[in-house]
Design a protein around this ligand. Sequence first.
Ligand code: 4NP
Length: 158
Amino acid sequence: MVRVLFVCLGNICRSPTAEGVFRKLVAEQGLAGYIEVDSAGTHAYHIGTPPDLRAQAAARQRGVDLSGLRGRQAMSRDVEHFDYVLAMDRENYENLLAICPEGFEHKVRLFMEYAPHRPEREVPDPYFGGTSGFDRVLDMIEEAALGLLADIRRSKEI
Ligand code: 4NP
C-alpha cells in the first residue's frame, strides 16, 4: 500500500481538490486497492466542513465529485502514516515540518515538484479570489497528479 496525503491551509479548497483528482486518476488506472489517498489542512478552521462550493463546482465540471469530503486537521502521526505528504504551498510545507516527528522530514514535499514542466512551485490559495482561481488550481493539480502517479508507479513498480 502506498499512502498519499495532500495538505493545504483550510482543507476546503486545494487539498480536497487534489484528493478528488488523484483518487479518480488512481481508480482509472486500476490502482485503487494499492494507493490510499487523503487530505488535511494545517489549520483547524474548517474541521468537519465540506469543500468550498466553488471548488466543488469547478471539480464537478471535470467529472470529479468532492461532495463527500470533510475537512480535518493534519497531525504529527499523519507524517508517520503517509508515504507522501504533499504541501500545496511553502507555508503549508513549513507548518508540516513544524509538526513532523524527527526522521520523517523527507516525506514532506511540495506537490508541484511533480509538475516539473510548469513554472509554479506553489498552488495559489483560491479562497479569497474569483472562480477562475479554482480552474487554475485544477489545471495545476491535474498536471501534478499525473506526474505523481507516474513517479509512484515507477518507484514502487506498480
Ligand atoms: P485551502 O483554502 O487552504 O486551499 O483550503 C483556504 C480555505 C480557507 C481559508 C484559507 C484558505 N480561510 O482562511 O478560512
